[in-house]
Design a protein around this ligand. Structure first.
Ligand code: HMG
Length: 464
């Protein structure tokens, strides 16, 4: 049985901090954010928003748009790394909110859990729900997988330039109009790591930034190797001697903690794949230098990062590689459209990869390209750490969904925060009733209980 993404909807907070304002306040060169990281604006949650209400807002949009009733939904999974409870799953909160609109008990038989593995957990949730459908357990019902996060880093840390917030929901079923997943090729890699983690009780993560960048690329490459083996052994794709698996992906979507991480990761993967092929000789000739090797090629990530001479040369080599006509063609045609939303919104942790997919559909369609039959590859990464590589094919009915996509309209009118407002929100100085915007037709948080016997209970309303 087929399984895939039938429709996709987003909810993005309308407050944002502009990269130029951020750079000015932190004494940074704005070009570092805009060109170096690909960050133009970062969405920031209002005082009456949390990851559960972002998720509920996205779910309501997709249900209303598709005229679905709660009976049509067999499963609702929430993937997040911004959880605020160690026990109660975020889907409970989301269902509680949706039942304010659909009636109490309306979702009584809708199963689901909250999944956690940093930014990759949404991909695991998609895979598990696709398999629920493939197994015939769905019995004609749909699954909702909602990825929702607030990417918030310590004030003054280098991660603070890569914040953002938002939610993406995907409707899955056995007759998907948007994308059908390729069966039996999903591949993973996993390793116990401390590149980025958030210990109990801490609101912001502990991050080893450069380490995390390199680990991300290594883990995705390992998952890609495993994907390649599966694709070849399953007969899904036949590789000619001078081809790489990436040649068979029309689009490549990467996890985007910041937009330029997608560029970095693509260049790394393409280099790795092309190195084995006859075309590499021509590329090296165009670059005019040999590919640098670390002093200790079998060393650790730490030893590679500490090898200043190698890091400098490798940086230079990568820059020249990414300027070659051959790489530019891959970048422009397969990745670039997926980065547009990320640079406008910032990091959405679990939702970043799927916002990128959404962005790629909208902006590739706008180029007048017929997307039907195109294969999309996904490179998902979660710190801690695990990667997942999988793929799917855009379906003939895709146009029904994609022709109406309009990121700016879907975000709505945005408000640029002043630095003082940003600081107040970041430091949680405002209570929900002091929110900066008055949300309409949205779920908002009204209260978090502090009394001992009810501590942590959250109340939400749907603002008419
Ligand atoms: P940094 O170390 O301050 O930045 O923070 P940098 O020095 O690496 O500079 C960034 C880029 O800007 C570089 O470009 C510079 O050259 C350039 P690149 O060399 O990479 O091409 N640059 C400039 N360009 C123009 N004009 C200038 C200028 N100055 C510098 N004046 C870092 C960057 C990403 C490390 C930091 O923001 C951070 O720690 N972020 C959080 C961690 C993160 O996002 N890691 C990504 C991989 S791990 C991951 O994706 C998982 C995650 O999503 C969490 C999860 O899974 O749950 C984070």
């Amino acid at each position: 049985m087929a399984a895939g993404i039938d429709d996709i909807a987003i909810y993005i907070p309308r407050l944002y901090i502009d990269a130029a304002d951020f750079a000015r306040a932190r004494g940074l060169d704005p070009i570092k954010l805009q060109k170096g990281l690909g960050v133009s604006q970062m969405a920031i949650v209002d005082a009456n928003q949390d990851p559960a209400c972002l998720a509920a807002n996205a779910c309501l949009t997709i249900m209303q748009k598709n005229k679905l009733s709660p009976d049509d939904i067999g499963r609702l999974y929430v993937s997040t790394e911004s959880a605020f409870d160690e026990s109660k799953a975020m889907n409970s909160y989301v269902i509680g909110m949706l039942e304010q609109v659909y009636g109490q008990g309306a979702f009584e038989h809708c199963g689901g859990v909250e999944t956690k593995f940093a930014c990759v957990s949404g991909s695991y949730a998609l895979y598990d729900n696709a398999n629920w459908i493939r197994a015939g357990e769905a019995e004609g019902k749909h699954a909702l997988v909602v990825v929702s996060d607030i990417a918030k880093y310590d004030m003054g840390s280098s991660g603070e330039m890569t914040q953002g917030a938002g939610s993406v929901v995907m409707l899955l079923n056995d007759e998907p109009r948007l994308l059908e997943f390729d069966p039996k090729v999903t591949a993973t890699s996993i390793k116990d790591e401390y590149d980025f983690y958030r210990p109990f009780g801490k609101e912001t993560p502990i991050v080893h930034g450069q380490y995390s960048n390199l680990l991300y690329m290594i883990q995705v490459r390992k998952a890609l190797e495993a994907y390649k083996k599966k694709v070849i052994s399953s007969g899904l794709i036949r590789l000619k001697p001078d081809e790489t698996i990436l040649d068979h992906m029309d689009y490549i979507n990467m996890h985007l903690p910041y937009s330029n991480m997608g560029k970095k990761a693509l260049a790394y993967l393409v280099r790795h794949e092309w190195r084995q092929l006859p075309r590499w000789k021509k590329i090296l000739e165009a670059i005019g230098m040999d590919e640098p090797r670390p002093k200790d090629p079998r060393g650790t990530i730490e030893s590679v990062l500490a090898d200043d001479e190698f890091m400098e040369k490798d940086h230079e080599f990568t820059k020249m590689f990414t300027k070659t006509k051959e790489y530019q063609e891959v970048y422009e045609s397969k990745l670039s459209s997926s980065l547009i939303a990320s640079s406008m919104i910032g990091n959405l942790y679990t939702a970043s990869l799927y916002l990128g997919f959404r962005s790629s559909l909208e902006f590739e369609y706008q180029k007048g390209i017929d997307l039907a039959g195109k294969r999309v590859g996904f490179g998902s990464y979660g710190s801690g750490s695990s990667a997942m590589v999988f793929s799917g094919v855009i379906q003939p009915e895709y146009e029904q969904i994609v022709k109406n996509m309009n990121l700016e309209v879907e975000i709505g009118e945005r408000r640029r925060l002043t630095w003082k407002e940003y600081e107040e929100l970041h430091e949680n100085k405002l209570s929900p009733e002091e929110s900066m915007l008055h949300a309409k037709k949205e779920f908002v948080l009204v209260d978090v209980q502090t009394k001992t016997e009810t501590r942590g209970e959250r109340r939400y309303v749907f603002n008419e």
